[in-house]
Design a protein around this ligand. Sequence first.
Ligand SMILES: Cc1cc2nc3c(=O)[nH]c(=O)nc-3n(C[C@H](O)[C@H](O)[C@H](O)COP(=O)(O)O)c2cc1C
Length: 351
Amino acid sequence: MDLRAFIDLLACEGLLKRFERQVDWKYELGEIARTNQTPLLFENIKDYPGQRLFTNGMSSLESMGLALGMGREKHRRRIVKEAKRRAANPIKPEVADTGPIFENAVPGPEIDFLKFPVPLWSRLESGRYIGTWHINVTRDPETGSRNVGVYRMEVKGPKLASVCTSPKSHLGQQFLKAEKADAPLEMAVAIGVSEAVVMAAGAGCAYGVDEYELAGGLQQEPVRLVRCGTVSLEVPVDSEIVIEGVIKPSVRVQDGPYLDYAGAPDTSLAFLFEATRLMFRKNAIFRGTAIGLPGAEDQQIFSILSALGLFDFHGSWPKRLIQAPLIQWRLFRAFQLAGRAKGRSLVRRSN
Ligand SMILES: Cc1cc2nc3c(=O)[nH]c(=O)nc-3n(C[C@H](O)[C@H](O)[C@H](O)COP(=O)(O)O)c2cc1C
C-alpha cells in the first residue's frame, strides 16, 4: 500500500482529519500536528498553492494496524504478535524498470528543496527539516551491503542538507569508511514511502541486514524498487519524492537545535549532503512529522519495534537497557526523560 492508498484508507475509515483552510508552514503546521495526534492531511499550505502534506500516519494503534494491513486493530498485543511473525519472515524486494517517481526529474543545478512545503516544525528549531519521516539509503563502500535508515535532515541550502547521526549508526559506519578513502558516500533520500518501509528503516537490525527485506515482511509483500539515475542505489518506486546525492567527506555542519524524540532541543555536528538529482510524482504529497511530545508517532513505532527486539539508537548499552523496556511498555514520558540524561543515545554531539 503506497502512501496515497493509505491516506484513502484512513479517509474511508473516518480516521483522517483534513485541513482545507490555509495553514502556515512556519510554526502553525507543526503546532497543529503536535496537538492533534491523529492522521492529518494539509491541503492548503501558505505560499504553496496546490501542494499537500501528510503527517501522523502512525500516531495510533488503529492507524498503525491499517498501515500494516492488519485492519483497524486496537489491541497492541495482537499487533505485536502479528508483527513478530512477519518480521521473522522477511521478503526480498523486487526491482521494477519504471514507475510514478519518474514523472518529474530536476537536475542538480536546478534543485531547490524549498519548492516543497517543508515546515518550520517548531519555534525551538533552527531551520526547516526536509527529513523527519523518510528513508536514507546508502551502501557499505567495501562490502556493497545496503542500509536503509531514518536520520534527520535540515535544509542548509537549495540543494544542501545536514544528515544527523552517530558514527556508530550503520550510516555513520559506512560514511566513515568512505571518508577514510577521502571519497563521498552516495545517498538516496525517499520521502512519502509506505509506512512499513519507514518502520523497518527505524529498526535496529544487525549491520548488513537489508531493511527493505524487513519492510517486505512487515507489509507482507515485496517492496518494489527502482534504480536511481545519478547514484547506484534503489528507492521505492511509489515514493512521493526522491533526492539523489552524496555526503561530502571531511565536512561537518551544525544541525539544530531540533526538538527530537526526547522532547528537548538537540544540537549536533552532522554530515553534509549535496543533491545531484531530484524526482517527484505528479501532485507529490510531502510527508513529515513533528515529534517531541510523549506518544508521538516515532514513539509509537519504537514501542512495537522494541517488543520485536529491534530497538537500537546506537548509544551506550546501559542506556538502551533502560530505554528499551520503557518504550516497549509505552511509558513515553519516562522514555523521554531517560533520553535526556547525559550522554544522549540517539545523536552524538560531536565526532
Ligand atoms: C522518525 C524517526 C527519526 C529518527 N531520527 C534519527 C536521527 O536523526 N538520527 C539517528 O541517528 N537516528 C534516528 N532515528 C533512529 C534510527 O532510525 C534507528 O536508530 C535505526 O536503527 C538506525 O538505522 P541503523 O541501525 O541502520 O543505523 C530515527 C527514527 C525514526 C523512526
